[in-house]
Every structure is written in structure tokens, then in C-alpha cells.
Design a binder for this molecule. Structure first.
Ligand code: AP5
Length: 217
């Protein structure tokens, strides 16, 4: 299975990626997580990405495409993968096509902008694993602590309201066009396009996504 999760920041891509990758035994390829790992490691890529991410802007297409191309060539991706937050521009989607990567399905998660601001400003993450919580919708068992390790949870620097609004602007300007791109590609070359209402509770979204994917497997 080679899948793409498409949706605005905070749509619940990371949350659902966890369920999908577990169900289908495939790797999650989150460009956001990879960039944050590069920032934490202090690498050249991390230095280039940090100020862009903190301002809610996209990192350059060439850097991202090179990062992803190298990642999916690794042996642990042989069974398939789930792109989470990639592709995010037309140029990135075209690069996937040009590389001959055959995508089985695109799962679009739609959530209104007003819900996004509320979701992201209440999000806490466990940096080491990427596990995600929400103060109201998905609270940890102990406030501020990861359920599995008990380690501290943090808020992402780009989860402040002004940056969230910039990220939403970038999504509407650069990423939303991919809905049309993949629906047209679906008609031409059989990529399944699954549109899911991401504003439902987490378990309802999970059920809808896994049921739809089971039908195409
Ligand atoms: P990235 O890390 O990919 O961020 P994003 O796309 O903005 O998405 P998020 O991780 O913020 O949200 P999500 O959809 O995964 O939601 P989550 O499940 O956490 O990218 C960060 C930055 O890196 C970008 O802004 C850009 O600068 C750069 N970048 C990354 N990829 C790039 C690329 N390809 N090209 C260029 N630049 C790139 O859920 C959010 C919250 O809501 C959580 O608290 C969760 O518990 C809660 N929640 C989830 N589902 C529900 C639900 N159904 N109901 C209620 N609450 C819910």
C-alpha cells in the first residue's frame, strides 16, 4: 500500500497515520517529523528549515523531494508507506509521478479552518515518538505527560495562533490544488480518492478511513 494523507494543518493526519500504519504494517513518512528531527540534530537542512517552519511557510520543494526520495528507497519502505504532509505543492506531486511511484489511494481529510485553530492551539506532543494529544479531545492520562513513557509533552513553536493562520493560508494557496490534481489522476490512472469528514470525533474518522481502505486493498 502506498498512500497519501491530504489535508490542512491540524486535520488529524498524524493522528490517523498512526492507526493506518499499524493496520497495514507500512511506514509513516511525515516530512514535518523529518524536518523537526533535522532541526533537533542541528543539521544544515534543519538550519534552513527552522525559520521557515516557525513562520508557517513551506520548505523548498527540491529539499523536500530529495529527503522523501531517499527515505522511500530504504528497505523498511518495501512493504509500502503513508505520506503524511507530503506532497504539499503541485511541484512535489509532479515529482512523485515523475519518479514512477504508484500511489494506491489519496485520503483527503476535510476540516473547517475554525476547528483547526482550536485543535492546534490545544495540541501537545511527545517529541521522541511523535505521539499527539489534545487538552480536550484526546487528553493524556496525566496532564503534560506521555501515556507510555511518562515523559514531558511539549507544544510546537508553530502551534501559536498567528503561525497557525499563516499555515492555513499556505495550505489554501499551495496545497488545496492537489485535491483536483489527484481526483483527475484517479480517473486517468486508477488512484483511489477517498474524501473523509475529518471534523468527526477521532474514532469515527478512524472507522471511516479503515473501512474505505479495506475495500481497496
Ligand atoms: P507538519 O508537521 O506536516 O504539520 P501540518 O501539516 O501543519 O500538520 P500537523 O502535524 O500540524 O497536523 P495533523 O494534520 O498531523 O494533525 P494532528 O493529528 O496532529 O509540517 C510542519 C511544517 O513543516 C509545515 O508548516 C512546513 O513549514 C514544513 N513542511 C512539512 N512538510 C512539508 C512539505 N512537504 N513541503 C514543504 N514544507 C513542509 O491533530 C491536531 C490536533 O487535533 C491534535 O491535538 C489531535 O489530538 C487533535 N485531533 C486530531 N483528530 C481530531 C478529531 N477528529 N477531533 C478532534 N481533535 C482531533
Amino acid at each position: 500500500m502506498k498512500l497519501i494523507l491530504l489535508g490542512p494543518p491540524g486535520a488529524g493526519k498524524g493522528t490517523q497515520a498512526h492507526f493506518i500504519t499499524e493496520q497495514f504494517k507500512i511506514k509513516q513518512i511525515s516530512t514535518g517529523d523529518m524536518l523537526r528531527a533535522a532541526i533537533a540534530a542541528g543539521s544544515e537542512l534543519g538550519k534552513q528549515a527552522q525559520s521557515l517552519i516557525n513562520a508557517g511557510k513551506f520548505v523548498g520543494d527540491d529539499l523536500i523531494v530529495n529527503l522523501v526520495t531517499a527515505r522511500i528507497a530504504a528497505p523498511d519502505c518495501a512493504n509500502g508507506f503513508l505520506f503524511d504532509g507530503f506532497p504539499r505543492t503541485l511541484a512535489q506531486a509532479e515529482a512523485v509521478q515523475k519518479a514512477g511511484v504508484k500511489i494506491d489511494a489519496v485520503i483527503e481529510m476535510a476540516v473547517p479552518d475554525a476547528d483547526i485553530v482550536q485543535r492546534l492551539s490545544g495540541r501537545f506532543i511527545h517529541p521522541a515518538s511523535g505521539r499527539t494529544y489534545h487538552v480536550k479531545h484526546h487528553p493524556p492520562r496525566v496532564a503534560g505527560k506521555d501515556d507510555l513513557t511518562g515523559e514531558d509533552l511539549i507544544q510546537r513553536p508553530d502551534d501559536h495562533e498567528d503561525v497557525i493562520r499563516e499555515r492555513l493560508k499556505a495550505y489554501h494557496k499551495m496545497t488545496e490544488v492537489l485535491k483536483d490534481y489527484y481526483q483527475k489522476l484517479g480517473k486517468k490512472s486508477g488512484v483511489h480518492y477517498l474524501a473523509v469528514d475529518g471534523s468527526q470525533p477521532i474514532d469515527a474518522v478512524k472507522k471511516e478511513v479503515l473501512t474505505a481502505l479495506a475495500k481497496i486493498k
